[in-house]
Design a protein around this ligand. Sequence first.
Ligand code: NAD
Length: 364
Amino acid sequence: MTDVKRIAVIAGDGIGPEVVAEAIKVMKRTEELFNYKFEFEFGLFGGIAIDETGTPLPEATLDMCKRADSVLLGAVGGPKWDNNSKELRPETGLLGIRKALGLFSNIRPAVVFDCLKDASTLKPEVLEGTDLIVVRELTGGIYFGEKFRREGERGQEAVDTCVYNVEEVERIVRQGFEVAQKRRKKLASVDKANVLETSRLWRETVNRIAPEYPDVELEHVLVDNCAMQLLRRPASFDVIVTENMFGDILSDEAAMLTGSIGMLSSASLGEGSFGLYEPVHGSAPDIAGQGIANPIATILSVALMFRLTFGYEDAANAIEAAVKQVLDAGHRTGDIAVDRSQAIGTEQMGNLIVAALSEQVVSA
Ligand code: NAD
């Protein structure tokens, strides 16, 4: 009997519903092509949830996510809710949902499609073949340590503390190794072990568990060096695993290698295979409702879900190949078009990818 996967879908605000609709089309086509079975459940979250229920993250939505095998999220937020009090802001719901679902890592691929390498600020020959993932710890480190002000000898001082325990390090590092095992089996562990005690614990932990993953080639890279190497030799990285603040900075740097925010997918993972998948971009209120948003980031988030949560490697590969095929054929939404007068809309891009997906599978 076919294994039924439950997918909680949260379209959200702005362009969220527009891009999610195209991702659902892709998932439905993969059901037919690969004989998979998905059960979709839809929930409210963000600004729309505030309007309809009075809270950005209704209990019903959280329950829906907890029952599911994975979550697909569009985007939340918009000017309508920008002046709300903190608890009535859509973005507050984002932190809430990650915490409630126990998500402790953020995974952000940066893939440079050959046909789009001119869109980046780096030289095309440097970018050639870039296909990497940053695995970032989400719940610890300096962002969550104790913070306070005090009077020092030379006036006011501010203190932020960076704390990691060995369990927190171990679970994220294991995730780094496991993601690497599903890819080209190369892991760069990024720290600042020459200066920081938390980084020394990090490195000790990585070295202790590395022998359990003998198929993965490990390198330790200091964070400042990693920032440089990402610009100098991005194609040599496969998976980068690092702590919260380093990951925040390096994943944004890596994102810029690719040129457009409309192409970037992401996942937040917890224990086991459960994950929340979403495009990196926000709700883009400036283009919402016009049918011109790029759905590729959300469609690539589905490929990531298939690979990391369901282990559907064949379908993930086919979706990625379909996106490449459509781009290689010259089709572009406005954000990635050189000549905007030739740009196609959200729905048209989704339809082309669905058609290419069928071709990919038939020709395989
Ligand atoms: P944004 O990512 O929404 O938009 C930045 C720029 O990129 C805009 O010009 C937009 O038109 C463009 N863009 C974004 N996605 C695109 C796509 N798929 N296709 C084509 N163009 C695209 O960031 P912002 O303007 O800073 O934020 C808008 C709202 O989204 C805010 O309320 C913010 O809080 C929220 N936000 C939500 C998330 C999330 O849901 N995870 C993430 C970031 C921002």
